[in-house]
Design a binder for this molecule. Structure first.
Ligand code: MN
Length: 233
């Protein structure tokens, strides 16, 4: 009997390859919760382990799950990176804005913190820019603290780099952020963002948001802020 072509082993190989390709989900198919870059108790006592666990696993986890639940109704989401989504958020319904913003904001938040004493210091170029914009590092922090304390209800305070390269302090409501293409939004590259939702601090600080804000500066990961400042320019 003449040999069949293609031979069976080759067909088996092709079938296995197709199965492998089909089972390997493309990286853009779903958004995923990034692991914390430190242990849940690494930022104690400023941020307690219970708050950290709930905040990361439940709150941030829910934003990711809720965002993924919107992919079917908004197929364009599957072709966008989380960064790219922020700049086109006005195309999408509010549920995508809230959860897509929540995912981006919290991802930057974890990375912008480090155990006390391990976050380094502002780089020379960043410090020069801060001094030019605010007069001093302390003056920038004071303005940031005011924006964080004055945000009514839930939201974020930001140090941003504006399109002209200069720095500014802003604040956004809910899970909006400075990357979003929203009317009236003060846009720029977020260098540092602080979560002032009550879920971020209530267990330890209750109503004393200013105490949380003041203590949080000891956790700022300046190495990451320096990297963000160097990246866009
Ligand atoms: Mn939060």
């Amino acid at each position: 009997m003449p040999p069949r072509f293609p031979p069976r082993p080759l067909l088996a190989c092709l079938a296995a390859l197709l199965l492998l390709l089909a089972s390997a989900a493309p990286a853009w198919a779903e958004f995923s919760l990034p692991p914390l870059p430190y242990a849940v108790d690494a930022l104690e006592p400023v941020i307690d382990a219970t708050t950290m666990t709930l905040h990361h696993d439940r709150h941030h986890g829910a934003y990711v799950a809720n965002l993924n639940a919107q992919i079917q109704a908004n197929p364009a989401l599957a072709r966008l990176s989380l960064d790219a989504l922020q700049g086109q958020i006005s195309r999408f319904p509010e549920v995508v804005r809230n959860n897509g913003g929540g995912h981006w904001n919290h991802s930057q938040f974890w990375a912008a913190m480090a155990p006390a004493g391990q976050g380094g210091a502002p780089s020379e170029p960043l410090l020069e820019s801060i001094t030019a914009g605010f007069g001093s590092l302390e003056a920038m922090q004071s303005q940031f603290n005011q924006a964080a304390a004055a945000r009514f209800g839930s939201g974020w305070a930001w140090l941003i780099q504006k399109p002209d390269g200069s720095l500014a302090i802003t604040s956004t409501a809910n899970q909006d952020n400075p990357l979003m293409d929203l009317p009236g939004n003060a846009r720029g590259i977020p260098l540092l963002g602080l979560d002032v939702w009550e879920h971020a601090y209530y267990l330890r600080y209750q109503n004393r948001r200013p105490d949380y804000i003041a203590a949080w500066w000891s956790l700022v990961n300046w190495n990451e802020v320096n990297r963000r400042y160097a990246a866009p320019s």
